[in-house]
Design a protein around this ligand. Structure first.
Ligand code: ADP
Ligand code: MG
Length: 238
C-alpha cells in the first residue's frame, strides 16, 4: 500500500464532471507534481485531499486511513496557496507559531521549532516583520515554514510560485526541493508550468480534463509521451 492512494475519485460541479474516476498513488517522501492546463481539475483534486471539497465517489487513503469522511483538521494535511495566506496582523514568528499554539505545545518547544523553521527557510532577521513588509518570495517562504512546522503527513502546494518573478521562482523551486529532501516530506505540488514540474519532481502526473493523461518521471514523460496531448503539453511542437 502506498502512503497516499486515491482510487476512482469522481467529482462534479452540477453537470460538469471535474474529476473522472481518477486514481493515483504516492510513496512516502516523494515529491510529485500535478501538472496540466488551467481548468483540468488540479486544484479540485488538491482540495479533495485537503477536505475542502467533497468528492461524489471514490476513496482517498493517507497512511492507511480513509480520510474522505474525516474532518479536514484531522487529516494531518498542510496546504500552501498561490496567494500568501499569512495572517496580516501577525509577525513572521507568530504566523509560524500559530499552528503550534493550537496544538498547545509549551513555550520553549514552540520557540525552538520556530527558530529551526526560520533558519530552514532563511528568514533570519525577519522574525518580527509583518507580511506586508516582506517581498512575495519571503512571504511564500514564511507560508512554507508555517505549513511545515506542524509536521503534516502530506504537504499540498497549489501553484505556490506562480505569482513570483522567474528568477525568484527558480531559487524557491530549488529551496523547496532541498527542504523536501532534507526532511523527507511527502509533497503534492500543483503547477501548470511544465518546466517547473520537470525541475522539481520525482514524478509527474499530467492531467487533462479531470483524468491522468500520463504519469512517470520527468524524463519518461518528456522523452516518451503517450499521446499527442502529452507531447504538445511538454513542448514538443514549439
Ligand atoms: P485547475 O486548478 O486545474 O485550473 P480547477 O480544479 O480549479 O482547475 O477547476 C476545474 C474545473 O472546475 C473548472 O472548469 C472550474 O471552472 C470548475 N470549478 C472549480 N471550482 C468550482 C466550484 N466551486 N464551482 C463550480 N465549478 C468549479
Ligand atoms: Mg488551480
Amino acid at each position: 500500500m502506498s502512503f497516499l492512494t486515491i482510487n476512482n475519485l469522481s467529482l462534479a460541479f452540477g453537470e460538469v464532471k471535474v474529476l473522472k474516476e481518477l486514481s493515483l498513488s504516492i510513496e512516502e517522501g516523494e515529491l510529485v507534481t500535478l501538472l496540466g492546463p488551467s481548468g483540468c481539475g488540479k486544484s479540485t483534486l488538491l482540495r479533495s485531499i485537503a477536505g475542502l471539497v467533497d468528492p461524489d465517489n471514490g476513496s482517498i487513503v493517507i497512511d492507511d486511513k480513509e480520510v474522505i469522511s474525516m474532518n479536514p483538521k484531522d487529516r494531518e494535511v498542510g496546504m500552501v496557496f498561490q496567494s500568501y495566506a499569512l495572517f496580516p496582523n501577525l509577525t513572521v514568528e507568530d504566523n509560524i507559531a500559530f499552528g503550534l499554539k493550537m496544538k498547545k505545545l509549551n513555550k520553549g518547544e514552540i520557540q525552538k521549532k520556530v527558530k529551526n523553521m526560520i533558519d530552514l527557510v532563511g528568514l533570519n532577521g525577519k522574525e518580527s516583520s509583518y507580511p506586508r513588509e516582506l517581498s512575495g518570495g519571503q512571504q511564500q517562504r514564511a507560508a512554507l515554514a508555517r505549513a511545515i512546522v506542524v509536521e503534516p503527513k502530506v504537504l499540498l502546494l497549489d501553484e505556490p510560485l506562480s505569482a513570483l518573478d522567474a528568477q525568484i521562482r527558480a531559487r524557491l523551486q530549488n529551496q523547496i526541493r532541498d527542504i523536501q529532501q532534507k526532511l523527507g516530506i511527502t509533497m503534492v505540488f500543483v503547477t501548470h508550468d511544465q518546466e517547473e514540474a520537470m525541475a522539481i519532481s520525482d514524478r509527474i502526473f499530467l492531467m487533462n480534463n479531470g483524468e491522468i493523461a500520463q504519469s512517470g518521471s520527468p524524463v519518461e514523460i518528456y522523452t516518451r509521451p503517450n499521446s499527442e496531448f502529452v507531447a504538445r503539453f511538454m513542448g514538443h511542437y514549439n
